[in-house]
Design a protein around this ligand. Sequence first.
Ligand SMILES: [Zn+2]
Length: 187
Amino acid sequence: MIQTGTELEFGMNPASCNRSQLNKSRKTNGFQPPLRSALTVGERLASHETFMALALSESKKALPGCLPNPPVGCVLVRDGLAVSTGYTRAPGEYHAEADALEKYSGPLSELTAYVTLEPCSFHGRTPSCADALIANGIKQVVVALVDPDPRNNGQGLEKLRQAGVEVVQGIGVGEVSEFLEQYLGNS
Ligand SMILES: [Zn+2]
């Protein structure tokens, strides 16, 4: 009896062990900066990567409530400090950018928004996040992935650029797409 119980335990544990180990190793893995020639100032690239990694970890909190919308994370940075974070809420509620803006009450000048996915340019279930970032005077927007949704697909970034917002794209694209890609194209 005791042996059977022990066997059962040993038989059942590895699956859960493996899963938690997988999660652990994913969490502790260093963020891999992609090699880019566009940015040449090392320190600045490092900080872009760091804040995008934070946006990525924030984005994982969006699951499963955000579905079928993609789980996106956003970090607002001012003077080199993360001042607010947000992630995609349930459909019809805040997207990551709006969530981070809603939680932030400090000065809006000199803010950089790190977003794992291109901000939406269109008014779907919620108002356009590109418009919200512009309306709040965000100075710079750093994204990992361009949104392949045909309603967006670069138009969100273009809208930001047209409004004078500095746009940096492709930061942390490898790590972000590894997590995010599977959720794209369903919303
Ligand atoms: Zn949006």
